[in-house]
Design a binder for this molecule. Structure first.
Ligand SMILES: Nc1ncnc2c1ncn2[C@@H]1O[C@H](COP(=O)(O)OP(=O)(O)O)[C@@H](O)[C@H]1O
Ligand SMILES: [Mg+2]
Length: 493
């Protein structure tokens, strides 16, 4: 097609998209009821294919406006995955493949050409009005969005960031700008690409975590290998959930996928906490009663925020963590905790009562798995199940914490839950035998009865560990009980 021809087709497509953006889109979604999902008014249909263990796996679903804001997700990195966000009903119905040389635009365009011929007259009518509204309100219109999808576009960071802005200011700007979901993509990339890595600080399931410097400030960089692109993608997506930001959830800064020609570097940048994980901290130090209560209250507050659904345009979906453990909780300088490692989290869509199960099938850490996960009796169709399993794990984290609480010089050594009942790298079978069959739980030391805060913590743990998940406390209840504890006399003394 000639250039002017292509341009006019682009313009018409843009007009079509503008029309579509006024209402929700219907998209193909094999995992949803009736194989269909519906987006919010300016969402998009999502179509992707990824190479997993040598097999192509496709995902078709709806993308919310908040996910679109992150826009990282509309990109493809060569060889590993191909992604496509599109803006007409069921436009994601085609099957993507990885081997084709050209991106999947060509077949998609010819299909759309047909639609264009039919729909142009209708759309021309509403076009003028809508474009006017779009321009006046300064919204990113569909053309802008399509344009931004070119990952090789030069970064115009001067426009977006003044050189003297520090991270706190940028994050403050972002949280007051109304989106509540994350920094604009170009700012994220600019930050990520000007970080100087300093030293490794952690190793988890996926690659390494580094301390890095950005404009003199410490940041944490989690580096995924290109093999784990799905995990990187998922974690970045969860962190950019609208209104997720909370003082007890690790502060997300940026996600970046940099193609260096032979492989893709996948970075997640977050606030750096020099004390590291709660696991490292409790191994090294004991805590006072007050210190324990501050940590317990902040973990419960972070989890309650994660679990809570907030309704409204500035709301957030309920989220379950699914891998809560002392290694995934960080200790901040002010003595509070921040919940980290959201790579396994699931979001609840209450309007359709669906769960967006992550693309990867990684499950939590065996030692911290609730009995219903170990024996597979968990009802995966009920979102409450995931929250209740988190509460069980929370009880175990509280147990690790309370053991290190030093009262009159007395405290326990650091131990992982069930350290005295299962081998060091327990299998599901090992855990099942202890937790489900013998119904054992970590032991509560007798001396906890002589300190009010430890006595309450012990009672709380037991109420998080019930075999009957419905009987367990909620995160909000745990938070309230611990917060009452912080008012009691022996904590203040
Ligand atoms: N923001 C951070 N500040 C300080 N240490 C961190 C930070 N993020 C991660 N770590 C360290 O790296 C470890 C692994 O990080 P995590 O996000 O849990 O990765 P994984 O998904 O590989 O388990 C943590 O247990 C912690 O010790
Ligand atoms: Mg982890």
């Amino acid at each position: 097609m000639t250039d002017p021809g292509k341009q006019s087709l682009q313009v018409v497509l843009v007009l079509l998209c503008v029309c579509q953006l006024t209402s929700g889109l219907k998209c193909a979604c094999p995992l949803c009821t009736n194989h269909t999902c519906e987006t919010a008014p300016d969402g998009a249909c999502w179509n992707s294919v990824m190479l997993i263990d040598g097999k192509e796996e496709t995902v078709k679903s709806c993308l919310s406006p908040s996910e679109m804001k992150g826009q990282v997700f509309c990109y493809s990195s060569k060889n590993v995955s191909k992604r496509n966000c599109c803006f007409t009903d069921f436009c994601n119905n085609e099957t993507l493949h990885l081997h084709s040389e050209r991106p999947s635009e060509e077949p998609g365009w010819s299909g759309l050409q047909l639609t264009v011929v039919i729909l142009v007259p209708c759309c021309l009518l509403c076009l003028g009005v809508l474009l006017g509204v779009c321009l006046v309100q300064g919204h990113h219109c569909a053309y802008g969005r399509a344009h931004k999808q070119d990952p090789e576009e030069p970064l115009d960071d001067q426009m977006l960031m003044s050189p003297d802005k520090c991270l706190k200011e940028l994050i403050y700007d972002m949280s007051t700008s109304g989106s509540g979901s994350g920094l604009p993509l170009l700012v994220q990339r600019t930050i990520a690409r000007t970080i100087v890595l300093q030293e490794t600080i952690g190793k988890g399931r996926f690659g390494e975590v580094w301390r890095g410097k950005w404009r003199g400030e410490d940041v944490a960089v989690k580096i995924f290998s290109s093999r784990d692109e799905r995990s990187w993608f998922r974690e970045a997506e969860i962190y950019q959930t609208i209104m997720l930001r909370h003082e007890n959830i690790l502060g997300f800064i940026a996600a970046d996928n940099k193609d260096n020609g032979s492989w893709t570097q996948l970075w997640l940048v977050s606030e750096y906490h020099e004390h590291g994980s709660l696991y490292d901290y409790l191994n090294r130090y004991t805590v006072s009663v007050e210190g324990m209560v501050v940590l317990a209250l902040s973990i419960a507050s972070g989890l309650a925020h994660l679990h809570m659904e907030i309704i409204g345009t500035q709301g957030k979906p309920a989220i379950a963590h699914r891998d809560l453990k002392s290694k995934n909780v960080l200790v901040k300088k002010n003595g509070m905790a921040a919940i980290a490692d959201l790579g396994l989290a699931v979001k609840h869509n209450s309007s359709t009562n669906t769960i967006d199960i992550p693309f990867n099938h990684r499950v939590g850490t065996k030692r911290y798995m609730a009995p219903e996960i170990l024996d597979e009796s968990i009802n995966l169709n009920n979102f409450e199940s995931f929250k209740r399993a988190d509460i069980y794990s929370l009880g175990l984290v509280f147990w690790e914490l309370a053991r290190r609480c030093s009262v009159r010089g007395l405290h326990e050594d650091f131990q992982l839950p069930y350290y005295d009942m299962v081998p060091s790298d327990p299998s599901i079978e090992d855990m099942k035998k202890v937790v489900c069959d013998q119904k054992l739980r970590p032991s509560i030391p007798n001396q906890w009865q002589s300190c009010e805060a430890l006595r309450v913590m012990g009672k709380l743990m037991r109420e998080c560990w019930y075999a009957n998940s419905a009987a367990r406390l909620t995160a909000l209840r745990v938070k309230k009980t611990v917060s009452q504890l912080s008012e009691t006399k022996d904590v203040k003394d």
